[in-house]
Each structure stands twice: as structure tokens, then as C-alpha cells.
Design a protein around this ligand. Structure first.
Ligand code: GLN
Ligand code: ZN
Length: 757
């Protein structure tokens, strides 16, 4: 039998049990025992689902984050978490979530920094290092869970983050070279592997996903050093890579002295034959043949067609698995009882993916006849998806084929049109505005929920949303803001709202995926060609505009962000999907313009996070992403002012692409960086208007007028004052009106002061 295994299973639970247990515990409503019971229950149930596998992962479960778990295992929780003999779970959550001074008799603790896990939407807690960092083993969690797994009756394979990737993921808090810590780190890994062996582990999955990134010579050297050092360990190491191709690291990955290598064969199919050639004869090759990042059924026949010859060649040296941990997909499709059955038949969530794996293994070992019926039903589903008229819309195809560069070009240059806009809009210097959303009160959420459940008639719902818009516009007028917004009360989420109104999308009910800690997202599923049957936002925005003489800014989400925050189809390049989205949103832009909306903001919050892992692939992505944005935004007349917004601040390496978007105004996050981030714009001589955020909406702190004036003065040292706007860092939907009013009042006062200066 071909060996089957899994790299990780979703831990949040099919009904988000872990989320609710964690949040209950944090609020003090649930005891630690109860929390641990829920966690143990989830682990046991996850292992039961994985019992058919030859090897199931242990240590993939986490109460918050697997990288933070590794920090705890290596005795590297930051000192501010508390003393070594403090309550362990307290120390852990202090770093996971921070602690405010109010919760505590002495002082606050700031949380560990959070950042994206490679190119996924999962966020991990960044390990912290300094010159004093010393590692020491705390193996309790892994050993306990190893015993639990065995009690459930799985063949357990501990899964840990490898030493070099661990250092790579972290940040040095002084100028200590992270690699200088390797010497101290390796003995702790050796000790851990020994203990795992003593406790019966035969194989250990050791993740080194940095092997799919561009590595400097020092990091490649560190990998060599580390694995030569761990060679003596009594367990067999499965060196595990995922999320991409090995490329220039292929030979290195094949040659490191371990017992096996896992390759992401969904991304690196082309490398399989080179790897089989390079890999020494005593090593196992694990192929990730099922996409762990997407929700589509695997085409089993096609997979078998290329896998069978590999099996012929490698025989029992071939293992199969999902491409990466299944953390990035929802748990169980069987819960989706209300989803359109045809589309559901094309999908596979974590449990279904493991069933596919089992089928592949049986077909390889016992021949395809052994699973003929299952293969037939898989082939039917694949065919039904391929041929469905719901997937392909000839008109959309035609429109995409007819795209010309003109479609993405404004009529005139920024200089020319900004003069026209200035005379039209008559805005003062340092115009003030917001990013779009205003507080999403309990009432608003109730209203939307009731409407969804059919408890509120459409007319009643519309009247309530109009009332929210009226309130929001009145508040903004009273504050004296210059460019108003409608407040986004009708939107649950900036992507889902549009997805629901576009053809080509379906929605799951329980398709939650962990984003960080207890937070989950439910990405909409983009399955077909995208079109916009009718206007999506015009009614609300026109209504808002009718309430005020001030210019009102219409609010849309851009194509790149919609793409990056959805599960998207795997049967065409992302670029093609993005262009379809661009054409659909472009229609909305033109309808808004037609309706008399003179300022339109197109949010691209997720543009940066779509960047490929390797910098050498960036340009290709940026080229089509920027093209998609331009197609969306640039069909308007000179007098229409296009804004875009991005809620991050690292622009250094993408500034040229940002400039190519040619938005008249860009609003960005900057308040926490003291405006230093504008240096990128200054250095590039970025030509258009910029609104650097002056109010950190992630914090309950209300900035004072003086602070805002000082920030804007710093901004004006970098960008000519006549091109500066004043606005918060991001939308205000998570804040309360009590916080928002004084903050915006301070902002408006700061603008007045700056104009008089
Ligand atoms: N317009 C959106 C809002 O204000 C933008 C959100 C975002 O950038 N994440 O909420
Ligand atoms: Zn934002």
C-alpha cells in the first residue's frame, strides 16, 4: 500500500468550537479545564477522521498559532510574557493577544507582532530574538498530544517547524543576526527529536517551507549545517516544503541528510521528475498531490495518469499527501446542506480531500478497478464542472478578449484632470475625508441579520438602512468633513457584499478558515465567469448624495482584493479571473458616475498580500493586477476623481506599480510610523494626491489635534502640501461613535489649523 499522510488538519472545528471556547475563556465565562476539554475533543475528532491514513500529524493543533507553539516548545516566549513558573497558558495568551494594564494589577503586556504565513491569509505570531536569546526545551505539549493520538488509534507523526524556518520567521529585536542563534538552537531540536523517538515516534515531519523562497547563501548554508547536525537523531525526518516550487533550492532539498522529502506537487508538478532523479535511493518522496489551499475536487484520473509512472519507479518510496496543511480549507463539505447541489458536487473540503487521498492510494496499490465506482463519480463531477453552462459565459469571454490598453487609460494626464477636478469640487487645502465605513452598531448588524432571515420586509430594511445613511451624513456634516461617505451600513464584508451580487459566486454556510487566533474568515467561492447583472451600490450612494451639498465619495472594492479574498477557480489563471472582476466593477464605476457621483473610491486593501513568494515573480503579478485596477477605474471622465485605499504601509518595493494605478488620490495607513513611510513616495516622486492616515483605527486611543497637526507637518516635509489629504488609516466600522466623533473632530480642527498656518 502506498503510504498516505497528512500535514495538518483544520483545528477551529466544523462549527468553530475552538473559537467559541477560546472567546469564552478569555471573557472569564469558561474555565481552563473546559477550554482544554474542548481542545482535546477537537483533536480526538480530527484524528478519528484521519485514522485511515498511514500517518496522521500530531502537534498541528494549536490553541492560537503553531508558530507561537513552537516558540513555547523552544522556551522562547518573550520575557514580558512572565516568569518561567507563571501559569503557562497565561504566558502563552499574553503574547498571543497582549494584555491591557486595566486587566491586571501591574502593567500591560504588548502582544507579539502578527504577520502573514507565507502567501496565505493565515497570520502567525512572529518569534522574537535578541542577543540574550537562549533556547530550552519544553516538550510537554507534544508528548501529551502524542499519547492522546495513540489513544485514538492513529499512527502518529509529530509535525514541527524546522530550525532554519523558525529563525527565518522571527525578528531580531536588537541587531543580533538570527542565524547566529542556530548553534544554541540545534541542541534543543536534537533533544526534542530524541524525546519523540523515546516516546515511540518513528517519523517526524519537519517543515522547512523557506525552501520554496529565494534564499541567500547564509540561509542555504544554515540548512546544510542544521540537517547535518540533526543527522544523528534516532527518528526519521521528513523534510517538508509547501506553497511553491523548489527551483534553485531543488538540489539542496534533495541532498540534505534526511530520510524523506515532501514536495508540493500541485505547485511543483514540473519538478517531480527532477526530484525523482536527484533524490538518493534510500529516501522517501512524499508528493503533495491534493491542493491544500483550495476547495475544488481533485481530478483523480488526471492525477493517477501522471502519478502511476512515478509509483512504478519509486514503489514503496512514494508517499502521498495533500500539498500543505489543510489549515487553509474548511472542515467538512457535508455541512453545506443548503448549497446549490450542482456546485457542491464540484467541491472538497478537508475531510473530502483526505477521502480523495485514500482513493488515490487504493488505485495505485490495488489498481483502478478496485475503486472504479468512486473514480467514475469523481470523473462525472469533474466533467460536470468543466461543461457546465454556469461556469462559462460566452459574453464575458468575449468582453475579456476585447480588452485593449485604452480601456485602462484615463482621457488626460493627472495634471490636466486634477485642475478640472479642483475647479469642480472646490475643496479647501488639506481636504478631510474618511475611508468609507462608519461604526457598525449592534442595531445595524441586527437589521441586516433580520433581513437575511426574512424577518424584515425589503421596504422596511431599505428604510432602516436609509436612516443609518441619514444619520451618518448628518454627523459628517456637523463635523465639517469635506468629502463625505455613505457609511457602508448595508455591507457585512467588503468582498462578500459584492460577491453576493455578482454572477459566478456561491457562498458556504460553514466554510470558515482560521485567519489568526480565534478569528476566521469565510471566503466566498468564485466558481464561474463573472458578470454583474445589475447595479450593486448606486441606490445607496445616490441616496446619500441627495442628502448633502458636499461631494460624496462612492465606495467599491477593487478586483484584486475581491480575487485575493475569495476561493477562486483553478481552471483558469488568476489573471483571467481578475480581469473578469475588473470588467464587472468597471460597470459599477461607470454607473456611479452616471448617477452623478463625482468621487469614487476603489479599495485595494489586499493588493500587496497577493504578491508571490518569490520576488522574481512579482512583476508578472503586479502587471496584471495593476492592469485590472486600471480597467476598473480609468473609464471615467476627467472630472471624476478616483480614490484608492490600501491598509498597509510598506510601499517601498511596489511604489512604481502603485504609481501606475494612476488613482487621483490614494489613502494609506501611516499613523503608527510617524510618516516615515512616505519616504517611498517622496523618493519615487509619486505624482498624485496622498492621504496618509493620521488616526490609528486599530487602537481605542483618540488622537489629539496637536498630534495630527504634527503628523501632517511631517507629511508635508515629504509630499507637497497641496497634494495632501487628511483621513484615518482605515475604515471606522470596528470603532464606536463615542470614539469616532472626537477623533474626527480633532482631524477637522487640525485641517483648519494647517490651512491657517
Ligand atoms: N472602505 C472599507 C472600509 O472603510 C475599507 C476597508 C479596508 O480597507 N479593509 O471599511
Ligand atoms: Zn484599510
Amino acid at each position: 500500500m502506498v503510504t498516505t499522510h497528512n500535514l495538518g488538519f483544520p483545528r477551529i472545528g466544523q462549527r468553530r468550537e475552538l473559537k467559541f471556547a477560546l472567546e469564552g475563556y478569555w471573557k472569564g465565562e469558561l474555565s481552563e479545564d473546559n477550554l482544554q476539554q474542548t481542545a482535546a475533543g477537537l483533536r480526538a475528532s480530527n484524528w478519528r477522521h484521519q485514522r485511515p491514513l498511514t500517518l496522521a500529524p500530531v502537534g498541528d493543533f494549536s490553541l492560537y498559532d503553531q508558530v507561537l507553539d513552537m516558540s513555547a516548545t523552544l522556551g522562547n516566549l518573550p520575557k514580558r510574557s512572565g516568569k518561567a513558573d507563571d501559569h503557562e497558558l497565561d504566558r502563552y495568551f499574553r503574547i498571543a493577544r497582549g494584555r491591557s494594564p486595566a486587566d491586571n494589577d501591574c502593567c500591560g503586556v504588548h502582544a507579539g507582532e502578527m504577520t502573514k504565513w507565507f502567501d496565505t491569509n493565515y497570520h502567525y505570531i512572529v518569534p522574537e530574538f535578541d542577543a540574550d536569546t537562549r533556547f530550552s526545551l519544553n516538550s510537554t505539549r507534544l508528548l501529551e498530544q502524542l499519547a492522546e493520538a495513540r489513544a485514538v488509534g492513529v499512527n502518529a507523526k509529530p509535525a514541527i517547524i524546522g530550525p532554519v524556518t523558525y529563525l527565518w520567521l522571527g525578528k531580531s529585536k536588537d541587531d543580533t543576526d538570527r542565524l547566529s542563534l542556530l548553534d544554541d538552537l540545534l541542541p534543543v531540536y536534537a533533544e526534542l527529536l530524541q524525546l519523540l523517538a523515546d516516546n515511540g515516534a518513528e517519523w517526524v515531519q519537519i517543515d522547512e517551507p523557506i525552501l520554496v523562497t529565494e534564499l541567500g547563501g547564509d540561509w542555504r548554508h544554515a540548512l546544510n549545517l542544521a540537517y547535518h547536525n540533526l543527522k544523528a537523531s534516532p527518528v526519521k525526518l521528513l523534510l517538508t516544503t509547501y506553497f511553491g516550487q523548489l527551483r534553485e533550492n531543488l538540489q539542496l532539498a534533495c541532498e540534505l541528510p534526511v530520510a524523506g522529502l515532501h514536495l508540493d506537487a500541485t505547485n511543483a508538478r514540473d519538478e517531480v521528475s527532477r526530484v525523482t532523479d536527484w533524490l538518493p535511493g534510500h529516501k522517501v518522496l512524499s508528493l503533495g498531490v491534493i491542493d491544500g489551499r483550495n476547495i475544488w475536487k481533485t481530478d483523480l484520473q488526471t492525477t493517477l495518469d501522471w502519478l502511476e509512472p512515478v509509483y512504478q519507479k519509486l514503489q514503496e518510496r512514494l508517499w502521498i499527501a495533500p500539498s500543505c496543511s489543510l489549515l487553509h480549507v474548511p472542515v467538512d463539505l457535508n455541512n453545506e446542506t443548503t448549497m446549490d447541489p450542482e456546485i457542491r458536487s464540484w467541491l472538497a473540503f478537508a475531510r473530502q480531500k483526505l477521502e480523495e487521498l485514500q482513493l488515490l492510494a487504493t488505485a495505485l496499490t490495488d489498481g483502478q478497478n478496485a475503486v472504479a465506482r468512486e473514480l467514475k463519480s469523481n470523473a462525472d463531477a469533474i466533467l460536470s464542472r468543466r461543461n457546465s453552462t454556469r461556469v462559462t459565459d460566452p459574453q464575458v469571454r468575449k468582453a475579456v478578449a476585447a480588452i485593449t490598453p485604452e480601456l485602462g487609460r484615463r482621457k488626460s494626464s493627472y495634471k490636466h484632470r486634477s485642475a478640472i477636478q479642483a475647479s469642480h469640487l472646490q475643496l479647501p487645502r488639506y481636504p478631510t475625508t474618511t475611508i468609507g465605513s462608519f461604526p457598525q452598531t449592534k442595531d445595524i448588524r441586527q437589521t441586516r441579520l433580520k433581513f437575511r432571515k426574512g424577518e424584515l420586509a425589503p421596504e422596511e430594511y431599505h428604510e432602516r438602512i436609509r436612516a443609518e445613511i441619514r444619520h451618518c451624513v448628518e454627523e459628517q456634516e456637523q463635523l465639517g468633513l469635506d468629502v463625505l461617505v455613505h457609511g457602508e451600513a448595508e455591507r457585512n464584508d467588503m468582498v462578500e457584499y459584492f460577491g453576493e451580487q455578482l454572477e459566478g459566486y456561491v457562498f458556504s454556510r460553514f466554510g470558515w478558515v482560521q485567519s489568526y487566533g480565534s478569528r476566521c474568515v469565510k471566503p466566498p467561492i468564485l466558481f464561474g465567469d463573472i458578470s454583474r447583472p445589475k447595479a450593486m451600490t448606486v441606490e445607496w450612494i445616490r441616496y446619500a448624495q441627495s442628502l448633502t451639498d458636499k461631494p460624496l465619495k462612492g465606495m467599491l472594492t477593487g478586483p484584486v482584493t475581491i480575487l485575493n479574498w475569495s476561493f477562486v477557480r483553478d481552471d483558469q489563471p488568476r489573471k483571467d479571473t481578475c480581469l473578469q472582476l475588473a470588467l464587472a466593477i468597471r460597470k459599477e464605476v461607470l454607473d456611479l458616475e452616471q448617477a452623478g457621483v463625482n468621487i469614487i473610491q476603489i479599495d485595494e486593501a489586499a493588493l500587496r498580500e497577493g504578491l508571490p513568494l518569490r520576488q522574481s515573480d512579482w512583476q508578472t503579478y503586479l502587471d496584471w493586477a495593476i492592469e485590472a485596477f486600471r480597467i476598473t477605474s480609468n473609464g471615467v471622465k476627467d472630472d471624476t476623481q478616483i480614490h484608492t485605499h490600501m491598509c498597509y504601509s510598506e510601499f517601498n518595493d511596489i511604489i512604481e506599480a502603485i504609481a501606475r494605478m494612476d488613482a487621483d488620490v490614494i489613502t494609506i495607513e501611516t499613523s503608527r510610523s510617524d510618516m516615515e513611510l512616505l519616504d517611498a513616495f517622496k523618493g519615487f516622486q509619486y505624482p498624485n494626491d496622498i492621504g496618509p492616515g493620521v488616526y490609528d483605527i486599530h487602537s481605542p486611543n483618540v488622537p489629539g489635534t496637536e498630534q495630527i497637526v504634527s503628523l501632517m507637518n511631517k507629511a508635508a516635509e515629504r509630499i507637497p502640501a497641496e497634494r495632501l489629504w487628511i483621513n484615518p488609516d482605515c475604515g471606522l466600522k470596528t470603532r464606536s461613535w463615542e470614539e469616532v466623533i472626537p477623533a474626527l473632530r480633532g482631524m477637522v480642527a487640525a485641517a483648519r489649523e494647517l490651512r491657517e498656518a
